[in-house]
Design a protein around this ligand. Sequence first.
Ligand code: FES
Ligand code: MG
Length: 593
Amino acid sequence: MGKGAGHDARRLRSREWFDNPDNPDMTALYLERYLNYGLTREELQSGRPIIGIAQTGSDLSPCNRPHLELALRVREGIREAGGIAIEFPVHPIQETGKRPTASLDRNLAYLGLVEVLYGYPLDGVVLTTGCDKTTPACLMAAATVDLPAIVLTGGPMLNGWFRGERAGSGTVVWKARELLSEGKIDYETFIEMVSDSAPSIGYCNTMGTATTMNTLAEALGMSLPGCASIPAPYRERGQIAYQTGKRIVDMVHEDLKPSDIMKREAFENVIAVNSAIGGSTNAPIHINAIARHVGVELSVDDWEAHGLDIPLIVNLQPAGEYLGEDFHRAGGAPAVIGELIRNDLIHEDAVTANGRTIGENCRGVESQNDDVIMRFDKPLKQSAGFKVMRGNIFDAAIMKLSVISETFRERYLSDPESPNAFEGRAIVFDGPEDYHEKIDDPALGIDQNCILFIRGTGPIGYPGAAEVVNMRAPDYLLKRGVRELPCIGDGRQSGTSGSPSILNASPEAAAGGGLALLATDDRVRIDLSDGSVNMLVDEGELERRRSELEAAGGYQYPASQTPWQELQRGDVDQLSEGMVLKSAVKYQRIAAK
Ligand code: FES
Ligand code: MG
C-alpha cells in the first residue's frame, strides 16, 4: 500500500509516478527530475493533486498570448486550493498565421495534448483556450483522455474603432477590401483600418469562431460561468484565472470529469446557444468533433432540429453592430442562456464545471443592455440556426438562412409558384487558386443567374479544409451592383464573414462526393423549403462522368507539402462528421485505463 493510501478518499493517478513503493526505481527516477528545479518531495508525495496548465499562448499565437501572464494567476489559484501546478506547451495554432490553414493543426494539437495528458503525472488540467481552433483542440483532447478539466479562455481584445465607428477584427477586412478595390481608400488606409480593429491583446472581438467557441465551451459547462466574454485586458480576466485554478483542484477531489459534463443535453444546449449568439459556421464541425471524442451521438441534423428556429439575440458583428466589450457588459453567455431558459430552450439540469447545474448558474440572469443582448420577442433575426441541405451533389451541407438579404430574396426567390426555390447556371472552380485566376475572366460569362461552386477545398482536397466558400462576384458584376451570388462548396467559411453560402459540403469532391461530377454550365436547382440542392443532369450523363473520373484516378488535388498533411489526409473524416481522425474516435476515457 502506498504511503498516504487510506488517508485519501481516492488515490490520484499522479501517485503512480511519484509515490509507488512497489516500484521504487521508477518512483525515484520520476521524482528526481521534477525535484531538480526546486519542487520538494513533500509537495510531490503528499498526495496533493498535480494540475497541468495546458499553455496555448506563445509569440507565434498572439490571440492566446494573454495566457503567458494569466497562467501565473492560475498557479496561485491551484496552490491556494492545495494543488501543484505544472505548466506545459500545446502545439501553437494561430488562425491568421498558419499556412496552408490553421484548421490543419487542430487534430495535430489534439493528438499532442492527448499524449501529454495521458502520459504524464497529471490529475487534472486547465485548458487555456482562445483563437479559433485552440478551443476545440483542447476540448477534444480532454474528451478523449477524460481527466478532470476546465476551460480558461484568454478573452477577446478590446473593441476596435476606426474614425469613430466600431471596427471588428476579421469583419473589417471584408469591408476594407471592397473599399480598396472600389478605389475608395488607398493601401495605407486599408492597413490602418485593419490594424485599428485589433487594439489590444486578446482574440477576435467579433462573433467569429473564437468568441463562438469560447461561448459554446461555457454553454457546454466546461468553464466557470461568465468566463467566456471577459475582455483580455480587464481585471476580471486575472480574477477568473485565479478562480479557475482554485476550482480545478476541487474538481479533481470530486472526480468531476469531462464525460460527467459533456453529455447529450449539454450539446443540445450548445446548439441553442449557437443560434442565439449567431455563432460561426465552423461551430458544427468542432462541436460534433468534441461529441464524437466523448462518445455522444450528435449529427449535423441535430443542428437543424435543435437550432434552426431559435432567433439571433446577440447583436455582434458580423451579423450585427457591437463587439466583445459590449457583449461582456450586457451580461455575456449567462445572460444569453438566461433568456433561453425563460423560453424553455435549455436543459437546466446539465452539470457544469463549478459543480452546479446550468440552470442554477444562469436562471434569472438578465441582459444589461437590450440593444446588445436582445429579448426573444424583439430579436435581431428570426430562425438563426443552420438548415441542412442535401441532394445529388452532396449528402450534407449547411446554410444560415438568416443571412439571406432582401435583395437576394427579390433577385432569386421571386417565383410565386415556388417561392423558396431557384435555378441557376453552375460555375465550377477547382480550389482557391483556380477561383482567383478565373473569377474576373469575362469568358466565363458570369451573370446574376449563376451559382458559384468551389471544390477541392475539403479536409482531404485542401488539407484541413480551406475557408474559401464565400466567393465574391466578378468585378464586372460588382460594378453593376450585384454584390452577392449564391456560393456552394466543400470547404469552410470564415466565422467573421456573413455571406449566404452553402458550405461544409460532405463528402467532398476528393472523397468521391457528387460535387466532383458537376460541370460549368450545368443547371442546378436549390429549394430552401425542403433543403435540396440538385444538379439537373440525367443519370446516364452522371454515370458517364463517373466512369470518366474513375478512369482518371478520381478527383485530382495538389500533393501534400508536409508529413502531417499526408498523415491527416489518410485518416480524416468529412466536415459533417467533425473532421476528426477516424482512428482516434475509439480511444475514449483513456485516463481510467
Ligand atoms: Fe485568432 Fe481571430 S485570429 S481569434
Ligand atoms: Mg477562421
